[in-house]
Design a protein around this ligand. Structure first.
Ligand code: PBG
Length: 329
């Protein structure tokens, strides 16, 4: 008798219908969160380091929000490019109920209501003249507790404007608890907190900083509060803290280079975990496409599916609208 393999794992891979039937993880439109940038200007402002992504005026953003609904995308994430004359050392514009973020949230909510979730970032970097996420002392140190007080107020301001999810992206200690307390006192009990729980001091945020206009302003780096890329155990401690403080879901950021963290968080906590495929990751894919090194549709779908395989409940990605179209949304 001839030698033969005891089990042929290739058998189920032979045909398309069988591959479909045996696929363990799937990507759907409902997994996507679409980040977008709003400007106080009128029209479209392309972002050179983020090909095919633009800042839009409020009208344009509302149109994109409607498109998200049409495509079946459940939520968007909103980032303002604050006018230069509204940035200050203390970032006080973040607390202005009529700032660009709040005005845009109200316009979107008026247009689409509960057909679309709106996630608003909580951090001071789009508002500070120094580009750091918090209040800085004379030595340039980002002060934790003083910043947390302002962030709680910022989160309230965004929630009052209609944000469905507030997402602290600052990495101060204790901010989730402070935000949750502030929301409770105000009676905003159903506003969700998606914490950027494991956010790394990454080289992949460059194009984002162009998009919100903070790259040229940033003095120093963010390694004094964002996590060291060498750490994994610490990510689990961050997640545990944020959950204990009242986070509804947690985020890992960046995405692809940190899928091990996603997987560990999922395994250890079994809570909703999201990942942010950040601007530099997006730009890398676009650069690969432009260089003829890969095919966009395939790269997008494969990378997004990898997030699902790692255990993500959903993915923030600048490819959201494109992926939704590919997925038949
Ligand atoms: C602000 C914030 C950043 C991103 C999301 N929120 C940049 C940073 O921390 O410097 C990055 C997102 C991206 O690169 O796409 N705190």
């Amino acid at each position: 008798m001839s030698q033969y393999p005891a089990l042929r794992l290739r058998r189920t891979r032979t045909t398309g219908w069988s591959r479909n039937l045996h696929r363990e993880n799937r990507l759907g439109v409902e997994d996507l969160i679409w980040p977008m940038f709003v400007t106080s200007g009128e029209g479209e402002e392309p972002i050179a380091s983020l090909p095919h992504v633009s800042r839009w005026g409020i009208k344009g953003i509302v149109a994109q929000a409607r498109e998200a609904v049409t495509l079946g995308i459940p939520a968007i994430a909103l980032f303002p490019n604050t006018p230069a004359d509204r940035r200050s050392a203390d970032g006080r514009e973040a607390l202005n109920p009529d700032n660009l973020a709040c005005t845009t949230i109200r316009a979107i909510k008026d247009a689409v209501g509960d057909d679309l979730g709106v996630l608003a970032d909580v951090a001071l970097d789009p508002y500070t003249s120094h580009g750091q996420d918090g209040l800085v002392d004379d030595a340039g140190y980002v002060m934790n507790d003083a910043t947390v007080e302002v962030l709680a107020e910022q989160a309230l301001t965004l929630a009052r404007a209609g944000a469905d999810i507030v997402a602290p992206s600052d990495m101060m200690d204790g901010r989730v608890g402070a935000i949750r307390g502030a929301l409770e006192i105000e009676g905003l009990v159903n506003v969700q907190i998606m914490s950027y729980a494991a956010k790394y001091a990454s080289a992949f945020y460059g194009p984002f900083r162009d998009a919100v206009g903070s790259r040229g302003l940033l003095k120093g780096d963010k390694r004094g509060y964002q996590m060291d890329p060498g750490n994994a155990e610490e990510a689990l401690r961050e997640v545990a803290l944020d959950l204990a403080e009242g986070a509804d879901s947690v985020m890992v950021k960046p995405g692809l280079p940190y899928l091990d963290i996603v997987s560990a968080v999922r395994a250890q906590f079994g809570v909703p975990v999201f990942a942010y495929q950040v601007s530099g990751e997006y730009a890398m894919i676009e650069a690969a496409v432009a260089a003829g090194a890969g095919e966009r549709d395939a790269l997008v779908l494969e990378t997004l599916l990898a997030f699902k395989r790692a255990g993500c409940s959903g993915i923030l990605t600048y490819h959201a609208a494109h992926a939704a179209r590919l997925l038949g949304g």
